[in-house]
Design a protein around this ligand. Structure first.
Ligand code: FAD
Length: 386
């Protein structure tokens, strides 16, 4: 490594971490990435959050900057609009735009992550799997990672925190300086179910759409996967709210879920033959919005993606926003070698955007689940996902 080469350590090789590593390595930086999970190319993708995601133009734009867009789109399924399934009525497609130049894409989180990990390594980044950040000594500039039954001590020039909503790096930064952190829990959670392919191997319902079953204060959505399945996500309150609506408290098991689907999602029920198994086996995911007043600690560390601004998923923008962060941070780092100045400029530029998207995501939950009363309103929200 020559003396002028710039160095960064990235915590987390998820969606933001792998893209950030690619962008910096492409610029000639020496990039080391530490990821708590095993290598998904060897062990399979260990999931965690949603199985698939809606990729919109904001995210695609960032992938283009890393030259990763073609590989990602090759595995994506186009969604040209929302297919709304009213109770007892026929589904209606509401297009996002005028034609197929204005669409969003359903991508598998696992495939996308592997594509970006490959891109990061091809660009020259070194990824260390099975290395969970445990603590940071900001004075000595050393980070401690747990892996293979040992604690590894590694020096760093600067840390970029891409370790998601429960970020350990954020916790370490907070121990040193108040970040003005606040999390607002939604009180609603989610569970994932699967629509398998039809017996003839084809998709069971229209593949090129994001399906929504809006039911007032709860709903199901389904996004297509390239292996001709759909991932269905049931969203509802985690606790009984005393308003007669179902919740994960009043629908605690497969038998109760089946009764709920028979009553409220009758057209979806025959599509999900594994409902009983999926409902009992899959965890309830919690949802919240993370607000911080500071995203960086001088030039020592900066947070991006969910580690900085986790949001509820109803605008399909968390990953897209995390990808935009990567491009914005790379741009600031191009502009100056002063890391503290680059991080401050990144924060000033992206914090208001992230706050605006967080608010839109919360608003969109109300709107999506209320479509039951006003399916026509979607027309005015066309392309907002982009
Ligand atoms: P993550 O994807 O969470 O990655 C964090 C990485 O850090 C992981 O690989 C993790 O293993 C690693 N890590 C964690 N702790 C440590 C540690 N201590 N040391 C080392 N590594 C660590 N967004 C969209 O744009 N479109 C959608 O349609 C969409 N749908 C969603 C649906 C649901 C149900 C949910 C919950 C979220 C959805 N999102 C969507 C949001 C999206 O998942 C996140 O915004 C995105 O994953 C953020 O990427 P990230 O890299 O910041 O964090």
């Amino acid at each position: 490594m020559d003396a002028t080469q710039r160095e960064a350590t990235i915590v987390g090789a998820g969606l933001a971490g792998a893209l950030m590593a690619t962008l910096l390595a492409q610029r000639g930086w020496a990039v080391e990435v530490y990821e708590s999970r095993g290598d998904p190319r060897i062990h399979g993708f260990a999931g965690g959050r949603s199985i698939n995601l809606a990729l919109a133009e904001r995210g695609l734009h960032a992938l283009r900057a890393a030259d990763a867009d073609r590989d990602v789109l090759a595995q994506a399924v186009m969604m040209r609009g929302r297919m709304v399934h009213p109770p007892g009525g026929s589904p209606q497609l509401q297009r996002y735009g005028r034609d197929d130049s204005e669409v969003i894409w359903s991508v598998s989180r696992g495939e996308l992550n592997i594509t970006l990990i490959n891109a990061a390594e091809a660009a020259g980044a070194r990824i260390h799997f099975d290395r969970r950040l445990e603590s940071v000594d900001f004075v000595a500039k050393r980070a401690f990672y747990r892996g293979g039954g040992e604690l590894h001590r590694v020096g760093f020039a600067t840390l970029i925190g891409c370790d998601g909503a429960g970020s350990t790096l954020r916790g370490q930064m907070r121990a040193r300086s108040d970040l003005g952190e606040r999390t607002e829990w939604l009180g609603h959670g989610y569970k994932e179910l699967e629509i398998p392919p039809a017996p003839d191997g084809d998709f069971r319902i229209e593949p090129n759409a994001l399906h929504i079953w809006p039911r007032g204060r709860y709903m199901c959505i389904a996004l297509p996967n390239d292996e001709r399945t759909f991932t269905v996500t049931l969203f509802m309150a985690t606790q009984d709210e005393g308003n007669g609506d179902p919740s994960f408290e009043t629908v605690p098991d497969a038998a109760a879920a089946r009764a709920l689907f028979e009553r409220d999602f009758a057209d979806a029920l025959p599509l999900i033959p594994g409902l009983d198994h999926d409902f009992d086996a899959n965890p309830i995911g919690t949802l919240g919005t993370l607000y911080l007043e500071r995203w960086h600690l001088g030039g020592d560390a900066v947070l991006i993606g969910d580690a900085a601004h986790a949001m509820v998923p109803f605008h399909g923008q968390g990953m897209n926003c995390a990808f935009e962060d990567c491009v914005a941070l790379a741009r600031q780092l191009d502009a100056t070698r002063d890391l503290a100045a680059a991080y401050a400029a990144f924060e000033a530029r992206r914090m208001p955007d992230a706050a605006a998207i967080q608010k839109m995501a919360l608003d969109n939950y109300i709107e999506m689940r209320d479509l039951v009363d006003d399916p026509g309103f979607l027309l005015q929200r066309e392309l907002e996902l982009a």
